[in-house]
Each structure stands twice: as structure tokens, then as C-alpha cells.
Design a protein around this ligand. Sequence first.
Ligand code: DX5
Ligand code: ZN
Length: 217
Amino acid sequence: MTKIAPSILSADFANLLYDVNEVKAAGADYLHFDVMDGCFVPNISIGLPVLKSLRKATDMFLDVHLMIDRPHRYVKDFCQAGADLVVFHLEADQPQHIFEAIETVKSCGKKVGLSLKPKTPAKAIIPYLDKLDLVLIMTVEPGFGGQSFMHEQLDKIAEMKELINKTNPSCELQVDGGVDSETAKLCKDAGANVLVAGSAVFGKKDRAAAIDAIRNA
Ligand code: DX5
Ligand code: ZN
């Protein structure tokens, strides 16, 4: 079954726990937590203190998406702050440091994923794939919620699904950016099994209906 990961980037941060509890009650599988550093992406969001507070307040599976430069500097801190899964970008550092960051997350007993920006080809994942629990394909340029889905990424999702089936069949395939009840169907058909949705969930009054619409697309 398709997993739904609402992105709190589109939640109301002054009422964060209320919004989180709503999507939890609505059956969301993961809670997607977007971290932006103003360097890797042209925006700044939230970080360790918010994650620590959220960890105390909810038992939801916390899926942390790091859009930061040189993630090996911080992955241990995010594990200790309560992430269940830590995902970072393979474009964010030299391969040697990306491998190091993967090992650090694993040694903390957490799940690990790598993310690809739209211009990065699927085959860039090959050196890392056998070590991963999840691959994230961005279907917008990372940095902001509410952007339009890039349809040209669908072939890459399908290509990634093939690579996963060959090398590491239990690895999850996540899509993030512009996912709504229409584009969700395209992502699923291409092979994705975890769908991140920010504005299509938190931008709607009835979050349960929004989640069902994406899941059943
Ligand atoms: C974008 C973030 C996404 C964002 C998605 O850089 O990584 O997780 O919240 O928002 P929507 O679903 O509105 O495109
Ligand atoms: Zn994200």
C-alpha cells in the first residue's frame, strides 16, 4: 500500500501539534520534516530544536529531509534529536562524505535515505543504493512548498524503480514536490511507494479527505 508523508512545511507552526495530530488521526504513515539551511537551497526552515520538541510530543515516524550542505556534519545530531529516517542529498558533498554520513545514520540505528534533485540522473544513485532504506526523487527544485509537479521526472522515477528492483528490492521509493490527488497516480504508476505532500494536505480543510484522495489516487 502507498504510504503518505505529509510535509509540515505547509503546516501552521504556531499550532504544529494540532496539525500533526490531525494527520496522524487521518492515517498518515510518516511525518515529513524539511530542514533547509539557506545554502544548499535558497530558503531557511526548521531544525534540531523543533525536531526535539516534536519527538517528545508524537510517536509518529519522523522522516527528516535534510536540504543542507555537507550533511555528514549534522546527521548524528538529527538521529539523536529523534529522527526515525534521515534523508540527505547526494549532491550536497563529495562521495566520501556521503558514504560517511550513511554509515553514521546506520550506526545510530536509524533508517537512511538519499535524495536526488531534478537535474541529477537516476544512475547517480548506483554507488550508494545497496546501503539505503529509501531513495527520494524530487519532483520540484527543493526549497519551497507549493510548486508545480515536474512531469519530466516520471521517467526517472520508473528508471529508479528498475534499479531498486535489481539491487535492493526492499528499498522504498519516495517522491516529494507537487504531489496531489492527480500527480499521485502518476507517481504510483511509475513505481513510487511513499508520497510526500505538503500543500495538498495542510492546505486543505479536511486533511483526512486529502490524505485519502492521495492514497487512493
Ligand atoms: C520542498 C520540500 C517539500 C515540500 C513539498 O523543497 O522538500 O517536502 O514541503 O511541498 P508541496 O507538497 O506543497 O510541493
Ligand atoms: Zn521534503
